[in-house]
Structure formats: C-alpha cells, structure tokens
Design a protein around this ligand. Sequence first.
Ligand code: ASP
Length: 351
Amino acid sequence: MTGQSPIRERSAILLIYTGGTIGMKEDPAIGALTPFDFSQILEEVPELEKFAYRIDTHTFSPLIDSSDVEPSLWIELTSLIEERYDDYDGFVILHGTDTMAYSASVLSFMMEGLSKPVILTGSQLPIGSPRTDGKENLISAVEIAAAKDEEGHALVPEVCICFDSILMRGNRTRKINADNFRAFRSDNCPHLAEAGISIRYNSSVIRKPKDWNARPEFHKELDTRVSILKIHPGITPQVVRDIVCSKDTRAVIIETYGAGNAPSKEWFTRLIAQASAEGKIIINVTQCMAGCVNMDIYATGKCLKDAGVTSGYDSTTESALGKLFHLLGRYDDNDIVKGYLGENLRGEISK
Ligand code: ASP
C-alpha cells in the first residue's frame, strides 16, 4: 500500500513501515495495541510537517512483529528501494527492535555503493503511548535521511539505525536492552551522528560512495545455510558435531570467549578441523560486546587458527550472519567467500 502526502516539496523521503511496536496504538474499542494506518502518519506525528519534506509512505502487508522477519522481507525491502531509488532523497524503515540489528546488517551488504541514507528506526513504546520514544526516533531518522551538504550530497549515505538520539552504522549494532530507550549499542564503531540541540555528524567516520553519480548495486541473492555455535563451558561433542558437521550448512559462526578462544580439548579441535577440511567456512567472532578476535594471543585461539578457522575480527554475530548470507548467495565457491570475509566491505569490521 503506498500513500502520497500533499506536502510542499523540498526533500523527498520514503517512509517504509514493516511492523513492530512503533506503529501500534491503543484501540480504545478493544483495549489492546493494534497497528495504525501509516498513510495517516502526518496526523499522528504532526511535528513532521514542520520539515516541509515530501514524505510518502509504503506499508508492508502483512505487518510483522520483527521476530518473524525472514530473508524474503529483506529482498522485498531491497527491491522496493531499488525501484524507488531515483524518486527519493532518503529512506526510513520502521522496523521492530528485536531483529533490527540483523536486518540493518544484512541490508548493508545487499545495497552496495549507496549515495542516499537508508535509516532503520522503531521504538520501545508504541507511537500512540504518552511517553513514546517513537516520535523522537522517527523525527530524527527523517531529518537525518533528508540531510545534505552544500553540494547536495547526502550526509549519511549508509544503512544505519537511529535510536535514542544516536545514529549508528547498521552492521555494527546490537540490541542490548529490552526495557529502556537506549536499546542499541555499537561498541566497536563510533556513532555516526548524535542528535542534541542540533544534529552533530561524525563525518570522518561516515562512509561515502566512490562515485556519487553511480547507481548502487542491489544484491538480492541470499544463501542462509549458516549455523551459529555459541561456545560455553560444558559444551558436548555431540552438540558441536551436529552443528559444524551438518550437511546442510556451508558456514558456521563460532561465538568464542574473549579474544577468540575456545576449548583446547582434542575432540573439539578435531571436529572443527574436520569441518574445515570438508570445505566449510568456520568464522570466529567474540561473545564480548566490544573488542576483536585475535587468534594469535592464546594457545586456545591458536588451535582454532591451525584448524582452519577464519577471523571475524571485531564483527558482531548479526553482521557476520548477514555478510555470510550475502556472500554465499553471490558465490558458490567457499574459498572466494573466505577471501571476502577478511575484507572490510561496508565498514562492518575495523580493518
Ligand atoms: N517484538 C517487537 C518487534 O521486534 C518489539 C519492538 O518492536 O520493539 O517487532
């Protein structure tokens, strides 16, 4: 469903509504939260009119709780932005918070060479609730999506998450709080912008396209044959074998301790080496919120490196997953994928 607002034209923003808490309001008739019609967005958030932007809306059907997000939604979002790319200055995606970091991560890989912002936001409280964080999040996201420099170039041509007055690179984020308004963090990457009295942009961190006039590449092939193995004390050979040796898996993300360490037991290293020798990609990311994998520091990390494990550097799990879905979708050869895993493609690793 697409609605056009009658507002005087200046910048044009496409506001895409996928679902999540932000788009709910209490229906007094039934006393429960229900999604509201986003074509009426300017009635709900009249503050947006002050910008005098053209804000068009696109509502997905069905609207989802983001726990139900599937790759098909990412493909639909990418196709929509590809089709409407020339018509707008920026895109704002309203999305549930639970999987927003996953969606922001994978979308950053699906859209290569962006010259316009794609900003995800949502809220912890519905937009219809008196103390909602949704209005501020939405207003900041729209303002940032429309922001340009003197030459008319977007200030933030990246896939980002805007939440609680901070703008973060999407593929660096994690949801870290189920209750309070600071729901996301980006520990391994400085904020791209902060909204205070004015919005301060951290332009030295923000990525720019090589050629502002080139159209981005939109990649819609995803291969989801990826598993995640979280290491923990007491983990058994059966569990490790089931995950890393599964025939249906092309790649395994191992969430390790600290700087990339895992048990040094013989059976563990043997299973990892076996999977790696069979051609599987095994990538190491840390369970820590911040910092980087370095498999050369401890013997327990060195064992993984010797077994053929690839470093995920300071990648989040969400980002490693999105990067793998994208790379496996593009390349049938796991060795090519391994090569790209070591490259910083969209600012997702500090390298
Ligand atoms: N469960 C909701 C979702 O992710 C939570 C939210 O929107 O904050 O869709």
